[in-house]
Design a protein around this ligand. Sequence first.
Ligand code: NOJ
Ligand code: NOJ
Length: 721
Amino acid sequence: MSAFARRHLGVLAVTCGLLATPALLPTAHADAPVTNRASLKQDLCYQVVTDRFADGNTSNDDPAKSPGMYDATKTNWKLYWGGDFAGIQQHLQYLKDLGVTAIWMSPHVDNIDKPAVYNGVPNAGYHGYWTRDFKRPEEHFGTLAEFDSLISAAHSMGIKVIMDWAPNHTSPADPANPSFAEGGALYDDGVLKGTAVNDTSGYFHHNGGISNYDDRYEVQYKNLADLADLDQQNGTVNSLLKTDANYWMSRGVDGIRMDAVKHMSSGWQRSFADNVLASKDAFLYGEWYLGSKTDPLYADNVRFANDSGISVLDFYLNIAMRETFGSGAPMSNLDAAIARTGTDYTYKENLVTFLDNHDMSRFLTLKNDTTALHDALAFMLTVRGTPCLYYGTEQYLHNDTSGGGDPWNRPQMPGFGETTTAFKEIQKLSALRQNQPALAWGTHQQRWINNDVYVYERRFNNDTVLVAINKSGAAYPIAGLNTALPAGSYTDQLGGLLGGQSITVGSGTGGNNPVTSFTLGGGQVAVWSYKGPEPSSPTIGSAAPTLTRAGNTITVEGRGFGTSGTLKVGGVTASVSSWGANRVTATVPSGTPAGIQQVTVTTSGGTSNGYALKVLSGAQVPVTFTVTNATPTNPGDNIYISGSIPELGSWSTDRNTAVGPLLTPNYPNWFGVASVPACTTFQYKFLKIAADGTATWENGANHTDTAPCSGTSATTVAWQY
Ligand code: NOJ
Ligand code: NOJ
């Protein structure tokens, strides 16, 4: 496309955005649909810190609403530097050329107007995580019309837009510290609701700051650093956070990256996810920060990802990739990470993989070696999960000041050239990803490994990708390698960009075809791919969203769906809205039983595998359950809830199905928030589960409760001895 055509496209979209009357509903704005926003498995995501990407409209650099928050010299890294919605829009063609199909934008909502002063240095919410008003766009980033314009321009190019939503907190607040001038103020569409320093309505928790980040009560109910911690169970807060999120979804947002999910109850978040998904199918993923691969809350993070309807950023694999490509750990470290996460996470292809982000040093700070970066990118772009690239990686952007962490990992985007090796590598592998079911939905198998070389295979039916990466400086002869690639010869999908050559595959048995020995040079990467003809019988690779209920839209993807057939959820036939060989969209039928239910596709060629979805009983509300005087006998015992509905574990005594572990800041009282169907009466009991998994129910009759029809509620009972 010519530079003129590119500009022309941008101008058209801007004009369209400006013409939209504010009073009109966003749906009145012509907006091209994107393909399957409920799943990112075939996408390449790109994380943008809006303020640092591109300044497309200088008139919003230093708005009158919030003076003193902009630094034109770009020397105070804690102030705004000028990037905005218009800047992203002007570089959509660049992103498209790179192969990006989804943009994760840093939080776009209104942040603090007055600086938070730390050690005499004024700090702005240029990163977006210090919300003031969840319903207004940040004035440094642009107007609502510019926001709409960006979304429709992105959609017209087939690019999804994911918003970063930070409902855990507002902004820095401390009654004893007037340097945090906003006092954690919360506004809704310009109306002040309250502040954390004078919280007359109970919008915030007041339990002090977190001191033990491994304690599940502290992380959820104390302040993350200085940030005013919202109480999502407060009726006003609950409703505001959900209504405002859906407002942005209705303006065209395709998905949500949820901030700090470790710091809010899983129950509230499940009700949040349900509320979003009932209004629009979308992909949701959360930031559950793991400090190490042995983080004590790792199991809680797995449970969250499996049950909440919100996937997670793959911190476990992030740590392993940085160890292996950045710090000399052997390839077996990566192989073990794939195996571990593959066992633990129900929806491993929904994990969002990343090498670095705005909260850690960039990869090139960790290891200033572009070959190592290319190797790591090749891995990330071909392994299970949805790859998310941090802006500027393709330009080798890094600033190593003080170890290159926050804020040095958020430099100005240096330029938009399209010629680096990383750019070309990403472009080629993104194109392959969009086309190759094995990369989106396939299994992972290690085929050849030593400390420096990892050869692995991704496979979906006959579709096969074989990847070989050598992270060392030395060449290795690769002998005795087998593959499921059919006999024949294969050229490197990277076209030799990273030194890869062609291979010859002979005939073997049982999916083990011998590869003629070859040499994999130091630092080299090769990717070989086979995509078979459309099969005559159906196989499902993906169904999304994974948390659903009757009336919601689901998208089922795979191969061999033919031109027509039947789609069932939990054995009940769904009404289909579109049918293609690789994608079917349908409505979850009323009468679908709640609980874990299989989706199947049946055609004249046969019936597919089942793909498990979590089907809810109805619209969800978050309820706080408290039991007093529950005194477990042994250390390591925890209290859980189980009850008559799938949301409460259907009387299961398995700790991965019952709701819990509950929290006990005031031992021996325990509480937890569970997401339950609105307006519904159910029974439940508390139970104790010991460290070895032995469960003991409380005595007496079942407790009965009826969930409110909207909002939140709380119920307290005494443990029955
Ligand atoms: C995690 C975000 O990624 C980080 O940048 C932010 O400061 C905290 N959450 C608090 O919102
Ligand atoms: C399941 C039963 O259905 C329920 O009534 C009972 O309270 C629990 N098990 C505990 O025994």
